[in-house]
Design a protein around this ligand. Structure first.
Ligand SMILES: *Cc1c(COP(=O)(O)O)cnc(C)c1O
Length: 424
């Protein structure tokens, strides 16, 4: 498969180039030349396949000729020690994407990307340094994803005192080939330091970012759309609608890829919080990025969704309107939804999943939705400061309880590039 830049069609590369460089040299994002289809034999037996087999069938066409089949199987088996179950809640389906080690769906992308990096760099003797800045969630998934992966070390910069105790333990509690740096500043300061470190070190050491726009994080997110749609579909005419809580739209773009590949999906609901750039675009056809505003579903506080560029390169505005419905949800409605679903069904939604739930409520009045699958993108215990005042104590999964027992080891630095470089 060839990949090209969303900004310049003539900038192309292999899967390896797209993954190892992250961004194209013109600043665009890599997209596949053509979204492939599932093999007919796979398509007819999706409902009987296990998660690893669906993962294999989903990813194979994107990496064919570059990752041999046995190596791809190994990557999948080692990345996915958990899966994505569907549960029934109040007449709807909830796709639980929080059974990975950091209890959010980013585990699906980060763990695949880390192992793919290691495979594509096999035989390289120079160690690779991965450098990322995080405002909270991404850092934990990336540190965990690369933990124990040979030949690669990860440094995560986070703003000291501005991440939750749980997030800090996910970022700074692993040790081994991961390292955490607490910066006495803001997330923006962390991001600036990472950029400056790249510029200063690029010539001397192999350094890369595990950016969320990497195509190796996007593609594996298609797996769970296919596995869940195949398991809930009742007939060829009766396909489910997926409601996707969205920020940078990587998750939703992966869903669109799965559908294009042949997964039995009717349509999508793109659910945002009050950062409503995308619902406004779908309504008007005019894309107007804005400053992001803080909300309770903070992993979706994005005013300029990075994967819009990908969607826009594949589909026209008119096509997007056929593929998706979209609306935004306020914090007040997010809280009411957490409360309502807990009272009527005894199920704990996290603030992100609640946005997806509420958006489906909204369209259920005007559209014949049929079966609805809500993507629950994080475990509610990860956002206990929001959820518990509404529902009472949220049961903590063993994976998160284990994280809370970890000791934090981080180097503390001022906002100063020399301090960072001397650490690296
Ligand atoms: C990152 C994240 C999102 C948003 O996903 P995008 O791919 O950026 O749209 C939603 N929920 C949670 C819990 C997240 O961590």
């Amino acid at each position: 498969m060839r990949y090209y830049s969303t900004r310049t069609k003539s900038i192309t590369g292999s899967f390896a180039k797209a993954v190892l460089s992250g961004l194209a040299e013109d600043g665009g994002l890599f997209v596949p030349e053509e979204i492939p289809s599932y093999r007919p034999a796979a398509l007819s037996s999706l409902g009987k396949m296990n998660f690893h087999d669906i993962a294999y069938e989903t990813i194979l066409p994107y990496v064919k000729g570059e990752i041999p089949e046995a190596a791809l199987r190994d990557i999948i088996t080692s990345a996915y020690t958990f899966d994505a179950p569907v549960v029934t809640v109040g007449g709807r389906y909830v796709l639980e994407l929080f059974h990975g080690p950091t209890a959010a769906f980013k585990d699906f992308g980060a763990r695949f990307m880390a192992r793919t990096f290691a495979y594509l760099r096999r035989g390289e003797t120079r160690p690779l340094k991965i450098l990322v800045a995080t405002s909270g969630d991404t850092g934990g998934a990336v540190a965990d994803g690369f933990f124990g992966v040979e030949g690669i070390s990860v440094t995560v910069l986070y703003p000291q005192g501005r991440v939750s105790p749980l997030q800090e333990r996910q970022i700074a509690g692993l040790g081994g080939n991961t390292r955490a740096v607490a910066v006495k500043g803001s997330f923006d300061d962390c991001q600036r330091l990472v950029k400056e470190a790249f510029a200063a070190l690029k010539k001397r050491v192999d350094i890369s970012s595990a950016n969320s726009i990497n195509i190796a994080r996007l593609i594996p997110q298609a797996i769970y759309y296919t596995s869940s749609s195949a398991s809930v579909r009742k007939s060829a005419e009766d396909l489910p609608v997926f409601s996707v809580p969205s920020g940078n739209f990587g998750n939703l773009t992966a869903g669109l890829y799965a559908q294009k590949m042949g997964a039995p999906i009717k349509r999508f609901i793109a659910a945002t919080n009050i950062n409503k750039t995308f619902p406004e675009y779908l309504e008007s056809g005019v894309y107007k990025a804005r400053e992001s505003q803080a909300t309770l579903s903070n992993a979706m506080d994005v005013g300029s969704p990075s994967n819009f560029e990908r969607m826009n390169s594949h589909w026209t505005h008119k096509e997007m309107r056929e593929l998706m419905l979209s609306t935004f949800v306020t914090d007040d409605d997010t809280k009411k939804t957490i409360s309502g679903v807990h009272k009527t069904c005894g199920y704990f939604l996290d603030p992100h999943g609640a946005v997806g739930w509420k958006a489906a409520d909204y369209f259920e009045k005007s559209e014949a939705l049929g079966d609805v699958v809500i993507l629950e993108t994080a475990h509610p215990a990860k956002f206990s400061e929001t959820v518990e005042p509404i529902t009472g104590a949220v049961p903590m999964p063993e994976s998160l309880a284990g994280v809370m027992r970890r000791a934090v080891h981080s180097d503390v630095i001022p906002v100063d590039i020399d301090a960072l470089i001397s650490l690296l």
